[in-house]
Write a protein that binds this ligand. Sequence first.
Ligand code: FES
Length: 280
Amino acid sequence: MSRDVELKIPGKNISKKEILGSVIDRRQFIRYGFNTAAGVLAATFGVIGFASILMPGGGGGGGDLAVKYWAKGREDDAWYGSKHLQEMKLEEFTGEASKSVSGMAGASGIWNGVPVNVVYVPHNENKSKALENNVPRYQFGEGVDATGKYVGHFEDLAEDNPLITPNDGIVISFGRCPHLCCIPGWQLVSNNFTEDSWAPGGTEEGGNKLFCICHSSRFDPTALEVNENRNRATGQTFQFAGIKRVGGPAPVGIPIIPANINAGVIEGVTEFVDWLTYCD
Ligand code: FES
């Protein structure tokens, strides 16, 4: 018999009902690929050694550089439920986005052996329009480290590394939460943070947040900034371009994996895999 998972909800003014909308049970939690005891990747992804992400991709035309859908356990409720392990295509995201209020679409996936989330943002269509709700675009901003110290502006980092500026409206973010390394799947639960809406400013307002179901950290995939994190193996700190943490216990945002569209297939660029080294 299943029973509710006790999820920690930070912030005394936010109830579990507001955060989760509906509480998922232990069976669902495991089915989605999480280990509740350790808060780490397990189950459906299998045990993927971290070294696998350091292996080079397979080269042009999709292949190992292509991002694949990960729909295990969500065959019936995700729009990409029938596409498990198929290569992601830009036109599939724009097609799904055209049915939404916000004009955005997202999916969980796997790339180069690691979990990722991919979000389409209609930036080029909206960037010259008035900044208002449900007219999403990228927002480039300043970032701070876990202590609140300013570490830089996204556009400064992008000037030195032009690859990191998203093209074609696609943002790929690493699928491990900077809190305790759970996987914040795309719209895994229904609540105010994951609803189909968008608000400007990179705040908690609006939906389409990347929501980590382990302890409810929230990240805005349209708000891009510079952050700092630490490689747990070497202790070295490093700066990275990421999507902004807007709430919850995660100390910083989540690194992006620059995207490249190759013959319509969404691929990840391997230049910045050292950004993904904060989980063991
Ligand atoms: S692992 Fe704790 S909020 Fe994501």
